[in-house]
Design a protein around this ligand. Structure first.
Ligand code: ATP
Ligand code: MG
Length: 257
């Protein structure tokens, strides 16, 4: 089982888009996929056809509620949805950090540290899934840290704007600490997101970024990508050789996914 987090503490860079396309791609190849939505905005949940009143993710993490009580099948057009289960989010998840503080002594007893909670719960699920894919909120908080401890790999969608690339340093520092302390096998991939290749300033920023980090092939800024989310159809369903599909096919090939 491979666990993949999509994360960036910068907001609106295309994390949920990447998660959605990845989950559908993996499921369409015949893999059993568990999607975990750790963002209280619940965008991934709704794109996968699931809306819930109140998520039980905090109770699951703390150990008060079993996995079976949370997991739901995704819904939408296309047989591949049969391969996708989701642990859905709701606004209530915004209280996660507070709830974890209130349950501190319970957590210490059953996981040692709160950072390890998600890893422990995913391990309990065993090998029922080929992939677990986690969407995270745009902050360097408990959700992202727990996900990094639990994952084999973090995919980091990154836009060419200055502030987006500067924010990356903070994330990479956290990545290094977690790799050194909790998860030595953790890998990362930087994925240029919403690329507008006609803007020279973007090209320049991206080539500077590529000097510090290895970057994968990028995903262009395309109207089609927004259509994919509003129609709740992954890019591979939007016509045979559309540009969005071309970009994602190249990305999945580069990442061996
Ligand atoms: N390649 C793309 N081309 C055009 N629009 C895109 C592309 N990727 C994402 N978008 C759009 O940009 C917006 C932000 O994308 P998305 O929600 O995936 O970002 P996010 O990083 O998950 O945001 P947040 O930090 O709020 O969770 C959405 O409206 C999405 O449809
Ligand atoms: Mg998002």
């Amino acid at each position: 089982m491979e666990v993949i987090t999509v994360g960036n503490n910068k907001g609106g860079v295309g994390k949920t888009m990447q998660c959605y396309q990845l989950i559908c791609h993996l499921a369409n190849k015949g893999n059993k996929v568990l999607a975990i939505d750790l963002d209280s905005q619940a965008n991934l949940s709704s794109t996968l056809g699931v809306q819930i009143q109140r998520t039980l993710i905090p109770e699951w993490l703390i150990g008060d509620v079993p996995f079976q009580d949370l997991v739901i099948s995704s819904e939408g057009e296309g047989d591949f949805h049969g391969n996708i289960d989701i642990i859905a989010s709701s606004r209530h998840l915004a209280n996660l950090s507070k709830l974890l503080i209130l349950s501190e002594s319970e957590i210490r007893k059953n996981a040692g540290r709160k950072e390890r909670l998600l890893k422990k719960r995913i391990q309990e699920v065993g090998d029922s899934y080929d992939f677990v894919v986690i969407d995270t909120p745009p902050i360097l908080g408990d959700e992202l840290i727990m996900s990094l401890v639990a994952s084999n790999k973090i995919l980091i969608p990154t836009q060419a704007q200055d502030y987006s690339i500067d924010g990356l340093e903070e994330l990479m520092d956290t990545f290094e600490i977690i790799k050194e302390t909790e998860n030595p096998k953790l890998e990362f991939a930087i994925i240029p997101s919403m690329v507008n290749g006609r803007r020279n300033i973007e090209k320049q920023r991206m080539s500077e970024l590529a000097q510090s980090f290895h970057c994968t092939p990028g995903i262009r800024n395309l109207v089609q990508m927004q259509e994919s989310i509003s129609l709740k159809k992954p890019v591979f369903m939007l016509g045979k050789n559309n540009q969005g599909k071309q970009d994602y096919d190249a990305l999945w090939e580069a990442l061996n996914l």
